[in-house]
Design a protein around this ligand. Sequence first.
Ligand SMILES: [Mg+2]
Length: 122
Amino acid sequence: MKKILIVDDSSTIRKLVKYILKKQEYMISEAEDGLDAMEKLGNLEADLIIVDLNMPNMDGIEFVKNLRSNYYHMDTPVIMLTTTKDEDLKRDAMLAGVNLFLNKPVQPNFLIYKVESLLKGE
Ligand SMILES: [Mg+2]
């Protein structure tokens, strides 16, 4: 079973993403910010990570930079899900190693399709 980690400071968004992905058989874990996610990844595997941009303690871009410097997560697919439409932030996120940048609210079927494609390595 594929493991997905959802990182967002909004519990509502975490619940929503979890709900969207519910029909697929994924094992889903949650973290409330980048720091919490880095700590959890110490003893948790993830095949794909869905991360917010704006979060306290460690934001999404810092988190992805940290993730990419970790041997075990250099290639783990990351989807950034955010309300920002700021092109500079989007570029920073892509440079940090984000695979896909999506704006909230996301079309549920589109998110499912992208998650499946990234998990297949497409
Ligand atoms: Mg946020």
